[in-house]
Design a protein around this ligand. Sequence first.
Ligand code: SF4
Ligand code: SF4
Length: 371
Amino acid sequence: MKSAYAQYTIRCAEGGTLVDLYENRTEVADKPGLTATSESHSHKAVNSFRIVVQWLFFAWMIVIGIRFGLFINAIESGAAVSLTSRPPGVEGFLPSGALTSFKYLLLTGKIHPVHPAALIIFLTIVIMSLLTKKSFCSWLCPVGTISEAVHKLGRRLFGRNFRIWLWLDLLLRCVKYLLLLLFVVAILLIMSADKVSEFLDAPYWAVSDVKMLHFFTNMSGTTKVILGCFVVLSLFYKMFWCRYLCPYGALLGLTSMLSPFKIRRDAHGCTGCQRCSAVCPSRLEVHHSSTVGSPECTGCLTCVVNCPEKGVLAMKPSFRSRSLSVWAFPAVAIGIFMAGIIAGMVSGHWQTSLTRADYQRLVPIAHTLSH
Ligand code: SF4
Ligand code: SF4
């Protein structure tokens, strides 16, 4: 009788779908032949912790959205006071404006006062990726959270997730980098200093948060169809938006290559079971690599959590050879995010310079403003 892992390996070698065997996997301690060690309990806990962090962050985004909606609703209805103040966190949904703000910072050395939180959030996430890979994508990003939930739903509905042919997968993966290139060329390279100031001082940028809110609350038929297509594609293909289309993720992937933290595999203890590669949402060949340097690695730790061999696979910084607690990576990643936001708040670069009177003047004409 062959062991479970030998069977997995044979299926893979025969061109079978190793990943299917793991799609409805249970955690390490529940696998046949594996003993529930304190390490496996810790791994299981970190996996649950990631899901809790993702949904708490998602809930926080919903609260921010509702608060901003109430604020704008009060302005639109002509109320003298709002029930809530405007939450600056809403500016996290303005990444292209944040990139323009970043260019303004490079040109002038100053943070533009209209929507400064957009830049603070953008810089915080980029620094996060420079130090802890694309941890924002797998631990905090609300779109990533939804994508993960949808692909899990797809697996329940169809019993599996599907894989796009490798050649098409490679081609489609280029799309997000092309979109990123478009933004970088248009904003960082071509846009003149005068144009940058003109954009950031214009009423359009002032109400870009309002326009974003209206985008979600008054969705056009076309937008609904496009979003519906993404949801359907994500049901079939894991992380469709993140893997192929998100330019933000492309940027974070490139900067993450400089991160000292990387998934590292101890080839001596590795049995070659390929479980790490099979569960990797980014479809990386973890079992072949001594160090995973790919820009697609999100630092989700799914491979580490599912490796059955003690201490073989770990997310470790380059400057540390000894093993590190599985909790260290999320602690550093989340710590950087919180530190970035707090730094923005205490340095006075969080609240917009726009007053309530500015919103009262601009919100009624927001639909007429363009750039
Ligand atoms: S290599 Fe590991 S940490 Fe990186 S994306 Fe794959 S499963 Fe997640
Ligand atoms: S690193 Fe772990 S999960 Fe990956 S092939 Fe080796 S033993 Fe298996």
